[in-house]
Design a protein around this ligand. Structure first.
Ligand code: MIC
Ligand code: SF4
Length: 646
């Protein structure tokens, strides 16, 4: 029987396990990427492994998240990242060169390669036929040191696209439709492969919007075939030699097939406060809008911005709307500057923002109290914009520009004729902001510069025999990593774990960290109790490192999301689930809890019971992990596991 594209690429990279049986596979990683908010920890961990030069085909460090630089911390991080990259054979993309996923698609990624990135939107690379996966910084460090990346043996779900999008309907609407069908829950371990005639109608940037926001499904990654469109894109990027045709066999099979007819799609949105809360624009027509922002790694390509600029040409932004545009890369910015589209936007009243993550991560552009904000990015989690009372709607660039002009949610086709955007024959190419690493002979002399805000990641202890502690926090469903570790104004503490730890669960319960510290002093462990899909969202391993620093020893929930669960294991925190979901009700916050003989149970795959001493009951729990992960937990995390075996 024929193979699907996922099987083909994974088979080429398989170093451990099998694609047909078992729980986990290990794959070789061709490329890694990091960004500055997760990168410092990744490189500190890499440095601790004592490997002089990265062992991947290509590794690159991007600066795009913390570019506001209020205080010295971010700039110090950037200097550290540049010097550590220079020394260890890693390319470095300077602040201002653009958002990691956009630049990687344009200038770096290659069809058929595996890419591991310390950012959950790394799957953007699937737009050019890469298997690109988001993971915690420690997993990236391991890959840079030549280690395999482990993941659950994937189920492959095909999304079959037929037909062609109507004018003003966007690829963003395709992924919002997929989110409506698949939802943000229950897709752990799935890889989505796009197939069908509709694929040919989509350009690479449109495909990348879809694979980017696949992250919100909670899948491992999403991938498109590498075809004629991919060749044209790479050729226009001056990289035709990187093209490789890749597609599924005609008789390939899938675990499941979902069909979407592009002819039938209409403009959609994800309503507050989840990317899975899908509705049509038609249903919300007329709602007054205060802020409109175009940008982020989902929708900031040349094509996206040209559509926006064309729609704005000769018109003015509505007086009550604040409208901002952040081009995804310096390439995009340069091209719209050269061809006059930037002027059209400025004349219309747009605020031009830096080519960086910016508003998407709450770094600037926090909207007014109770604002309705329409944004083209991928996440609208509660509080992420920096204004808790704001209502953020995720939309396409087409829908965004329509609202910017009318001041209310508007079906974009009302703007009239749909602008046609020609594919550039040649993109503007200037890689001078990507700094090449030092040659191998001079490596020893290169100095790594560490500012005062940069500290080594804290060490972890092997798993204890018995864990006694408190249910320090009980939370509900869909807790995101933004709930656990706030970004925005707190981002600058990413390299300072003791300081950043003071803000764990800040927006949920501002007393949490203090209560953990009190318990830590009394040698009482902290437990977090929660509902379904715990740890949705980002790859930030700080959502595990900082709780570890606070002596959180176990997280007991109804279900976990993939990246966060892996991060917990990497830092020696037990990820436990209820055997009977209803048992969540048997634990209240502040209850005294105990995991007796837990070390032995992990070692021997024995039954695990949590004793609720306050209520005098025992609750059965599951530990769904691979054998490798069991050993990692026993050792107290991945760094200990690796140094023991080195
Ligand atoms: C995000 O979109 O939430 C981020 C910021 O890019 C994160 C990474 C981080 O927290 O640094 C992600 O998606 O992984
Ligand atoms: Fe940056 Fe936003 Fe993309 Fe995350 S989702 S990488 S913050 S643009």
């Amino acid at each position: 029987m024929g193979k699907n594209l996922v099987q083909k690429i994974l088979e080429e990279h398989l170093v451990d396990g099998s694609l047909t049986e078992g729980e986990e596979i290990g794959i070789r990683i061709d490329q890694t990427l990091t960004q500055d908010a997760t990168g410092t920890m990744a490189y500190l961990q890499f440095e601790s492994m004592g490997v002089p030069r990265v062992k991947t085909k290509l590794s690159i460090s991007y600066i795009d998240h913390n570019t506001l630089q209020q205080g010295f911390e971010n700039a110090d991080d950037h200097r550290y990242l540049q010097t550590v990259a220079y020394k260890h054979g890693i390319k470095y993309s300077k602040a201002g060169n653009g958002i990691c996923h956009q630049v990687n698609l344009e200038r770096i990624g290659r069809p058929g390669w595996t890419l591991l990135g310390s950012d959950s939107h790394t799957p953007t690379g699937g737009g050019i036929g890469m298997i690109s996966i988001g993971a915690g910084g420690l997993d990236i460090a391991v890959a840079m040191a030549g280690g395999a990346f482990y993941m659950p043996r994937p189920k492959v779900v095909a999304v079959k696209l037929t037909g062609k999008l109507k004018p003003w309907v966007s690829s963003k609407d395709i992924i919002l439709k997929v989110l409506e069908i698949m939802t943000t829950k229950g897709n752990v371990g799935v890889i989505v492969e796009y197939i069908g005639d509709g694929v040919e109608t989509l350009e690479v940037p449109q495909r990348a919007t879809i694979t980017n926001m696949g992250a919100e499904l909670g899948v491992t990654t999403s991938v498109f075939p590498s075809d004629e469109k991919t060749r044209q894109f790479l050729k226009a990027q001056g990289r035709e030699d990187h093209f490789r045709e890749l597609k599924a066999d005609a008789d390939a099979s899938y675990d499941k097939v979902i069909e979407i007819n592009l002819d039938e799609l209409v403009p959609m949105t994800a309503k507050p406060h989840s990317p899975g809360n899908i509705d049509t624009i038609k249903n919300l027509e007329g709602m007054k809008v205060n802020q409109v922002l175009v940008g982020s790694c989902t929708n900031s390509s040349y094509r996206d911005l040209m559509i926006v600029a064309s729609a704005l040409k000769g018109k003015k932004i509505h007086p009550d709307v604040s409208f901002g545009v952040a081009p995804g890369s310096r390439q995009v910015l340069d091209m719209i500057a050269e061809n006059g589209a930037l002027v059209d936007m400025v004349k219309a009243g747009a605020r031009i923002l830096e080519s960086a993550c910016g508003f998407c991560i709450g770094a600037g552009q926090s909207p007014e109290t109770n604002a309705i904000s329409l944004r083209t990015n991928n996440r609208n989690f509660y509080g992420r914009s920096g204004t808790d009372s704001a209502q953020v709607y995720l939309v396409s660039p087409e829908t965004a520009v329509a609202a910017a002009l009318t001041g209310k949610i508007t079906v974009p086709s009302e703007l009239g004729e749909y602008p046609t955007v020609e594919n550039p024959e040649k993109f503007y190419i200037d890689d001078s902001m990507i700094i090449e690493p030092i040659n191998e002979t001079d490596m020893a002399q290169a100095e790594v510069v560490r500012g005062p805000n940069i500290g080594n990641p804290p060490a972890t202890d092997p798993l204890m025999e018995t864990i006694t502690g408190e249910a320090t926090l009980k939370v509900g469903d869909k807790i995101t990593t933004d709930h656990i570790m706030p970004a925005g104004a707190r981002l600058k503490y990413r390299s300072n774990i003791p300081k950043y730890s003071e803000f764990v669960f800040e927006g949920v319960d501002s007393t949490f960290a203090t209560r953990c510290f009190t318990n830590k002093d009394k040698k009482i462990a902290n437990f977090i109790i929660g509902g379904k899909s715990y740890g949705q969202g980002s790859s930030r391993e700080h959502a595990a490192i900082c709780p570890m620093y606070l002596d959180v020893k176990a997280v007991v929930v109804q279900s976990f999301e993939r990246i966060h669960k892996a991060n917990l294991i990497n830092f020696g925190i037990l990820p436990l689930t209820f055997v009977n979901e209803a048992d969540l009700e048997k634990i209240d916050q502040s209850d005294e809890l105990e995991l007796t003989d837990i070390r032995k149970a992990v070692e021997t795959k024995g039954d695990i019971f949590l004793t609720n001493k306050t209520k005098g009951i025992k609750i059965p729990l599951n530990l769904e992990v691979s054998d490798r992960q069991r050993e990692t937990l026993l050792d107290g995390g991945t760094l200990n596991y690796m140094s023991k075996r080195a």
